[in-house]
Ligand binder design. Sequence first.
Ligand code: ADP
Ligand code: TZD
Ligand code: MG
Length: 574
Amino acid sequence: MAEGATNPDETQNLTDGFHLLIDALKLNGFETIYGVPGIPITDFGRMAQASGIRVLSFRHEQNAGYAAAIAGYLTKKPGICLTVSAPGFLNGLTALAHATTNCFPMILISGSSEREIVDLQQGDYEEMDQLAIAKPLCKAAYRILHAEDIGIGLARAYRAAVSGRPGGVYLDLPAKLFGQVMEAEAGRNSLVQVIDPAPAQLPAPSAVERALDVLKGAERPLIILGKGAAYAQADDAIKALVEKSGIPFLPMSMAKGLLPDTHPQCAGAARSTVLRESDVVMMIGARLNWLLSHGKGRTWGDAPKKFVQIDIEPKEMDSNVEIAAPVVGDIGSCVFALLDGMGSDWKAPPEAWVGAVVKKREDNIAKMAPRLVNNNVPMDYHGALGVLRTIIAERPDTILVNEGANALDFTRGVIDIHKPRKRLDVGTWGVMGIGMGQAIAATVETGNQVLAIEGDSAFGFSGMEVETICRYKLPVCIVIFNNGGIYRGTEEDAESGDPATTVFVPNSRYDQMMSAFGGVGINVTNPDELKQAVNDAMDSGKPTLINAEIDPAAGSESGRIGNLNPQSVLQKKK
Ligand code: ADP
Ligand code: TZD
Ligand code: MG
């Protein structure tokens, strides 16, 4: 048997699809698989686990997929999701599309039924032309038909996921492939160790010079840091660039903590002012999509603006507005080049601007402060978040997972993040359901404690995974902001006789779901109890779910993005 290979049958000198895939994964340093077992991949999962790969079994593929996607974000290595054919594949596909949309590297490996039968539509078990369906929804999609191609197939998938703009890759493995046998040494020779999977992409010196010229001409410059910057793991260089430039910075949601939200240059609490008033904006790993009002309109004010954009994807430039200085390359290389080009005589931006931003930010922080210490019962979002904010400040290595509408927007605004990649959330789509998958992968990949702050609706999308969290005994503390519904728990629909579409069973006890599986479930009604319960959870590291009773009337429709709802002229809103 070849050294390092997993085939236990030494006498036969043979290997097969199962073992080749395991060997290929291990050769390339893939240590964890997130998935759901079943035909045709059950034995593959068992063998992978026996070989030392960590195989985490979920209750639904979508959650395993979200886990893989965020694992990719946290590690810069594609997260692997493993699913069964057709329905399992489709369940995982949402997460694959989400990974692609968010520029997270991920590989969805799915078993599939036999080509001969699928292509003649003869009705195989879980028949579906998965490759064709996956193609438009991911960055690349490949199928492997022969055992000797497993090595090269995985290499292609790996490289496609992480190089350039990262994204989701689909790998289709028909059932027959797993059992295909080949000679062990030939098998070993067929494996490919991917060298330099995400090669550095250096920016052109002229592009760097152009960017510096634009920055030098600025009166009111701003740097926007996006999750691409957090993904790049160029933390020290980005910090050095921001500090040397003296320019106020605005972190996008998942870029919070790249520099601490408490940093003197952080303009997070002066967001509308800096977007409106700035004259030159440098985007680092952030897109001018809906989250930034497409770079135009009221949010951005009337004064003309010039944009500098650092991104690995050339097509991103001019996607919404003209980019005066495109800098195409990987963020680490681009930031180093800019730092280098700034030289020793770099002039900080005018004090009038920097001072105005600081003043606005301090004013806004002071305005919010009293709301964060309120002890109202039932709790409002600010009362609850006031204590959670302190806990995160005291335990800055905690990874915060966050989804919901009000539960998302208020948490993002209130809780300061102090270290890079410690805030994970709904991302570019604002998708509900990422919570438990992200919570699981975050702690599995880093070993850190997780605090998941979840709207009651948001949690419902992946809530069954509390069993998974208990089964693997993960240090995850879930706080449900339970306001009895989507946005609010107060709506009534007198006309239909059914509950309004946005409300749930009032006074639900989500904590009992956790107790059902042996975890700690607690119901809390005020901020003091919430603080105690979260601190206990973090001290013990035990799976914990805290049902935090929030005033059903405290939230607003769609949180901060109510303006995106289309309006009917014929019907009055309730
Ligand atoms: P946010 O939602 O935080 O604004 P986006 O997801 O919109 O961030 O933008 C992330 C951007 O970062 C994408 O355009 C992507 O191409 C880019 N990106 C991701 N990784 C890198 C990298 N290593 N180097 C350069 N750009 C990157
Ligand atoms: N489905 C999916 C997959 N993603 C979505 N974003 C939605 C539906 C629509 N949606 C939102 O945009 S937020 C939200 C839904 C259903 C839930 C908000 O309720 P919540 O939070 O309980 O999670 P708050 O605190 O009550 O606002
Ligand atoms: Mg709710």
